[in-house]
Design a protein around this ligand. Structure first.
Ligand code: GSH
Length: 197
């Protein structure tokens, strides 16, 4: 079984979903194909041009309570980062050396950004990730500034839009799609039905 996971590092619900998905992957033995995409572009593509949740104070106040409840349920920390500039870390998933280590890369970035509240565009975050993964920081930064990175990020986002991904976190198993950390129990229920002997 292979599950496609679409996310943007700026999304706290994606942070929660990434945690839960890796637990489920261990339990049910499926692999995860990671896709970092530009959420703003996916929203614009379907005409979702209203204000972001982060500009709706009353809703944002509720969402912060909701997110904390989920984090408590999962027993993981949740700290809001100071900005949402996810472009570089999203494109970083397409660094050639990240191919075989996608799960580690994704977990490291999410844990720094949403577990510790580090700025998504901080050089120190990139340095930490490179340190943990044994990557050369200069090489990684060169990739992030390259045409190849921009092209891969653009193509992955377009492929997601073509698949009708309009928000994150979104998971696919075959042609079935679920949007939201809070829908992962539905994926789990299908896994239970179809992977138990
Ligand atoms: N109920 C969902 C969950 O539990 O994950 C909420 C997910 C959510 O609001 N995601 C935002 C999104 O995709 C990004 S953090 N927004 C697009 C939309 O609302 O259509």
């Amino acid at each position: 079984v292979m599950v496609d996971f679409y996310f943007d590092f700026l999304s706290p619900f994606s942070y929660l979903a990434n945690h839960r998905l890796s637990v489920l992957a261990g339990r049910y033995g499926f692999s995860i194909q990671y896709h970092a995409i530009d959420l703003a572009r996916a929203k614009t593509a379907i005409g979702n041009i209203g204000p972001s949740n982060r500009d709706l104070k009353v809703k944002l106040d509720y969402l912060k309570v909701d997110l904390q409840r989920w984090a408590d349920l999962y027993r993981i920390p949740l700290v809001f980062p100071p900005n949402f500039n996810s472009r570089r870390v999203n494109a970083g998933l397409y660094y050639p050396a990240a191919r075989e280590r996608a799960a580690e890369y994704v977990r490291l970035v999410f844990d720094s950004a949403w577990g510790k509240g580090w700025a998504l565009d901080a050089d120190s975050l990139l340095a930490e990730v490179c340190d943990k993964l044994n990557w050369d920081l200069g090489e990684f930064e060169d990739f992030l500034n390259s045409e190849n990175a921009a092209k891969a990020y653009d193509e992955e986002t377009q492929a997601a839009i073509d698949r009708k991904v309009f928000g994150v976190p979104t998971v696919f198993w075959d042609d079935q799609m679920w949007w939201g950390n809070d829908r992962l129990f539905m994926l789990e229920s299908r896994l239970q039905k179809e992977t138990q002997p």
